[in-house]
Design a protein around this ligand. Structure first.
Ligand code: OGA
Ligand code: NI
Length: 368
């Protein structure tokens, strides 16, 4: 066949993949297309260090009872938060104040959104990263060579009145349920920031930063991972760290999230109604490396669809992100260059934000 005959076929195939995994699966599938097959070392069953299949190991992340933060146990809980952010970069939160109905409704209405006909969902497809609503697939679909088994809906959420009119109008109760969810998550984030600041023991530098974060950005990312016929060949999300300050993740009851802990991928046990909180790149910088923005990835499975909702919170676009002056002295020099959101966005438009590329690029390497 001449090249001119092959090209349209390849293009046609790629078009299919750009429509997303949900669309692909709805049309029936018994094998994972090559487009989604990851190179062997990156596949799920292998561990990073020794490339051997190991029995599955689940991780019990530290569980923070938020109600206890308001009681006599506060200082103990703060210590647990500090330890978790240093050791895992992750913790789970229960008794966080969000009613079970709010999170359950959010998961349900998101499920319904992804069950809408492709034509309805595709109204929100765009390559414009600044669009208030963006529907898409994989991780960075315009750059990824190998695709991830994931479709997503990204919603800018703060200030809410600016963005709400652009959110999907179908299902009919999507906007109201998602708006309640976004507002309550934002409140939870603000409580979390107070606790994090206190756990860093940086009185004096935290008020201004806390205020900035209140006015900062919020993006709600709904992830949809359809069942996959050969889950051992692919990933729902590649290893990455989250760029913001904190991520508040709600998962349904299907496991899939793994974090890198002591060079091994360990699965996070879902606790119904809880939130998984993780340190983002901006908090790692702000804490001058004390709190860790840890790599994580998502596995898929062959039987159960999985939905997760990640709420990413950070500074306003123009803020400078830098180590807290309270955590720096002559013995503790800054470990990171000052950065801002705009720099980050510029960075990801030219490179893939996989692994910890961005954070690495901001690191100052001191001579010992
Ligand atoms: C993310 C993320 C994990 C999950 O959206 O950044 O890491 O379990 N999600 O979907
Ligand atoms: Ni993430």
């Amino acid at each position: 066949m001449s090249p001119s005959m092959i090209a349209p076929v390849v293009e046609e195939e790629n078009n299919i993949y750009h429509k997303g995994v949900k669309h692909l699966c709805d049309n029936g599938l018994t094998k994972v297309p090559t487009k989604y097959v990851w190179p062997e070392p990156d596949r799920p069953i292998l561990t990073k260090s020794d490339k051997l299949t190991k029995p599955k190991q689940n991780l019990k992340l530290p569980i923070i009872d938020f109600a206890e933060l308001l009681g006599p146990n506060r200082s103990h809980v703060l210590q647990t938060i500090a330890k978790a952010c240093e050791t895992y970069g992750f913790f789970q939160v229960v008794n966080h104040g969000m009613e079970g109905d709010v999170s359950r409704n959010m998961i349900e209405v998101c499920k319904k959104f992804f069950e809408l006909p492709y034509e309805e969902r595709s109204k929100y497809m765009t390559s414009d990263m600044t669009a208030p609503v963006r529907y898409g697939t994989s991780f960075n679909q315009n750059k990824d060579n190998v695709f991830c088994w994931r479709d997503f809906l990204k919603l800018y959420a703060h200030p809410l009145p600016d963005y709400l009119p652009y959110w999907p109008s179908s299902p009919s109760d999507f906007r109201s349920l998602a708006a309640t969810y976004a507002t309550e998550t934002k409140e939870m984030f603000e409580m979390m920031v107070k606790a994090i600041m206190e756990s860093l023991e940086i009185d004096g530098d935290s008020d201004e930063v806390t205020e900035e974060l209140k006015e900062g950005s919020q993006m709600v990312v709904v992830n949809c991972y359809p069942p996959c016929p050969e889950p051992e060949l692919t990933l729902g999300m590649p290893p990455h760290s989250d760029y913001g300050f904190l991520t508040l993740l709600l998962q349904d009851d299907v496991e899939g999230l793994q974090i890198l802990y002591r060079d091994e991928w360990v699965t996070v046990d879902p606790i119904p109604g809880s939130f998984v909180i993780n340190v983002g790149d901006h908090l790692e910088i702000f804490s001058n490396g004390r709190y860790k923005s840890v790599l994580h990835r998502v596995l898929v499975n062959s039987t159960k669809p999985r939905i997760s909702v990640a709420s990413l919170h950070s500074f306003p676009l123009t803020s400078v992100v830098k180590p807290s002056t309270k955590l720096i002295d002559e013995h503790n020099p800054p470990q990171y260059m000052d950065t801002n959101f705009a720099t980050f966005l510029q960075y990801i438009s030219t490179r893939e934000p996989k692994w910890k590329n961005f954070l690495e690029s901001r690191k100052i390497h001191h001579l010992k």
